[in-house]
Design a protein around this ligand. Sequence first.
Ligand code: T6T
Length: 316
Amino acid sequence: VVALGALSACGSGQVGQTDSGNSGTASKNLTLVPGVQNEPFYISMQCGAEAEARAAGYQLQTQAPQKFEATLQTPIVTALGANKPGGLLIAPTDDIAMAAPISQLKQMGVKIIEVDTALTDTTIAQSTITSNNDEGGRLAARTLAQLAGGKSGSVLVLDTKAGTSTTGARAKGFVEELAKTPNLKSIGIQFTDNEPEQAAAKVTAALSANKDLIGVFATNLNTGEGASTGLKNSGKTGKVNLVGFDASPSEVNGLRSGDFQALIAQDPATIGKQGVRQAIAAIEGKPVTRNLDAPLIAITKADMDSKAQYFYKNQC
Ligand code: T6T
């Protein structure tokens, strides 16, 4: 496990489906395929990747699916075969289903770097750069235990979809760590399909079934936003502790206003930057690091003003 450095500065590129940097030879072209379009976590990752590519004289193009879904990400990856980039930086939307299209590109000589999520088959990518998601879940459990301050109650965990390596590891780490706090009892992990509406509905149902609900852990941005709506609709904002993951502009506003009690922030710009570095190393035949962990940090309302550098961006 290698700790990474501070956030890289973002360039002035656009976000979405973009080209950035200098024009170069075919092998100097990189493509970033995030998990989903227009989402602050992946936008911040793109900003870090673009700045690093530009500095190294490489060109980085970004193509993202409209939803976090393997059926939408697969055709994007497959189409890259027509105009092979030197390296692919990808956040696989499914740890099994994305193996075949990614392997196909690899067989054509494209260097494969996983950023954020990963495939179950660890032989496909040359490098994986991600947060330590198990530890992120554990950090969320310890943060919730502190917020509960010795009170007893039950706790709901909201995951996204089965097959998402990151959120799955967060949920599992959280439940294991929570078991060390006897007054807090997990009522289980529920899937939301990464839809805020489903997350809101699961929170409302959990509140009806568990009068002692004391906390909710939402494993990413959409589940957090949905959970916050669910608590609001039931008049439970601030009464049930909501610990979210990520630090999007709307989550940060929610922390300030009291909709969230804590956020576990990742460092997506550093993930993007390191993804580019590893891709370039692979293309240029230099040593590549197989696994890199990016830093995580817990943020509460009390300390948020001193941690503004961890907030995600909506544009570079
Ligand atoms: O939490 C991030 C990312 O790490 C995860 O893999 C999917 O959800 C996010 O993009 C946030 O919505």
